[in-house]
Ligand binder design. Structure first.
Ligand SMILES: [Zn+2]
Length: 87
């Protein structure tokens, strides 16, 4: 079974201390809690709210030899969108 990459904290940009934090009651969106900055975030919500941050994360993940497919999974952004940021 393939191990799912963890989402990146949208506040401090790390993955190591991010934990699942239940789901939004209305939207069903997975929420996460970062133990480092003690904040919660929702990947889809943040994605819509902060495209510039996503673009920076895509660039950083690429520099760490992640494939577009891996980046798409980690950031929960569509593969087409990831490629858009790469190009
Ligand atoms: Zn954090």
């Amino acid at each position: 079974m393939m191990k799912m990459p963890k989402p990146i904290c949208h506040h401090c940009n790390q993955t190591r201390r991010v934990r699942k934090h239940g789901k939004g009651r209305i939207t069903g969106t997975q929420r996460y809690y970062c133990q480092l900055c003690k904040k919660t975030f929702q990947t889809k919500y943040i994605y819509k709210a902060n495209e510039a941050l996503i673009a920076r994360q895509v660039t950083r993940l690429l520099s760490q030899d992640n494939t577009p497919e891996m980046i798409s999974t980690v950031l929960q952004v569509g593969l087409t969108k990831v490629r858009y940021y790469i190009l």
